[in-house]
Design a protein. Structure first.
Length: 79
């Protein structure tokens, strides 16, 4: 079950409550017993690593657009 954060508009008490997805978004303040409202906060996104996948809007450079030939194949042809 997800945990939701609530804030009481009268006493400014913040608290968390476990509720199912089907349950109504309502809770009473534990301090003053008045109706509290659900608080929505943005989810933090953290990007780690050197970047995204190659297919994610990456412009190919002119050097990497030409297919590379294996070094062994070119070396054997020169002999």
């Amino acid at each position: 079950m997800p945990i939701y954060e609530y804030e009481c508009p009268s006493c400014k008490e913040t608290f968390e409550k476990k509720q199912s997805f089907d349950e109504a978004a309502s809770a009473k303040c534990p301090r003053c017993e008045k109706k509290a409202r659900r608080v929505f906060r943005p989810v933090p996104i953290i990007f780690k690593g050197s970047g995204f996948y190659v297919t994610d809007h990456n412009k190919p450079s002119s050097a990497s657009s030409a297919p590379e030939k294996p070094k062994e194949a070119t070396a054997s042809k020169e002999k």
